[in-house]
Design a protein around this ligand. Sequence first.
Ligand SMILES: *Cc1c(COP(=O)(O)O)cnc(C)c1O
Length: 377
Amino acid sequence: MNLRQLQALARQHGTPLVVVDHAVIRRNFAEFRRHFPKVQPYYAVKANPEPEIVRTLFRAGASFDVASLPEFMLVYENIKSWPAPAQQDFIWDKIIYANPTKPRQTLEALDRYKPLVTFDNLTELEKIHAYAPHAGVVVRLRVPNTGSMVELSSKFGCDPAEAVDLMLAATRLGLAVEGVSFHVGSQCCNFENYVQSLNMASAVMREARSRGQPMKILDIGGGFPAPYHQDVPPIATLARKINAEIDRLFPPDVEIIAEPGRFMVASAAWAVSRIIGKARRDGKPCYYIDDSVYHTFSGIIFDHCKYPLKSFRRGRKEICAVFGQTCDGLDVLSLSEELPELKLDDLVYAENIGAYGSASATWFNGFPPAKVVHVNL
Ligand SMILES: *Cc1c(COP(=O)(O)O)cnc(C)c1O
């Protein structure tokens, strides 16, 4: 995607606009496969649930991690080559429901698909047994999330010391126990989290196997960092660590899967917005754009992410504030952006906004989410 194309698309479709480049998604997927040849990626749909993205990744060979019944159905319905009648192996090979807490009604609706689901406590296990007795289960461990941009360990995962007892309980209830999972936290640049988690998972698996519990799947979760800026360590460094630990710690019959969300889509989208207002407050230039933190830029709030705004215009840059279109005081994109002097109707853009942005956009203030355009489908 070059800037000329981006501007042309904004002229054609108007603003606010999100452009998703599927060539970049395919490149990210291929890069993941190249670095982790023994790991099957289950794309975490919540990062960006556009059906076009699901189809592109399916054609590239991906499987999917879903967080809800609607996401499960979205994947199910968009996989056109789904064999009929659906083969059980194919469902498990293609979808894991990795949200550890599931509403009863969701379990009831999913049971006919015999889904693969995660859990991390006995209450959930009993619920799965009662409402989705045909599910296969994967236990989620609580692992270190130190230094990850989004921390998950206070909400999810069982104490590793309880994991084997939970698996034995699942077996006693007649559920198919498939394996172990973890999540090191999103945008994890502290790769020791993965190393420690792999060691914990291997200890759990070894003990489970020694107590007669077959273990097929190791799910190493998400967290693979997107290259937002130059300080993000390269995925090749992470791959060397993970691959060495996998070879050392797990027997070759263990099937290894991962749930990358952000890594697949973050760098594949651009947002283009328009300057709709301009003011000077205490000497600082302030710009108002036709998008907001309640819309495409929701990752600023929910994802703890920053998206530097850039101008198509050249010129001497000065520090300015950029605000969203809503009348809420929280709706601040930046208080210290560096932009040249802009006029009304000028366009600005942000890169690397494909993950957790549009995905959590709302209709706040009556403004609809930005239009999404897919290129290189
Ligand atoms: C959100 C989530 C993911 C995706 O995480 P990324 O950091 O975007 O790769 C994967 N697995 C689970 C269980 C999640 O909740």
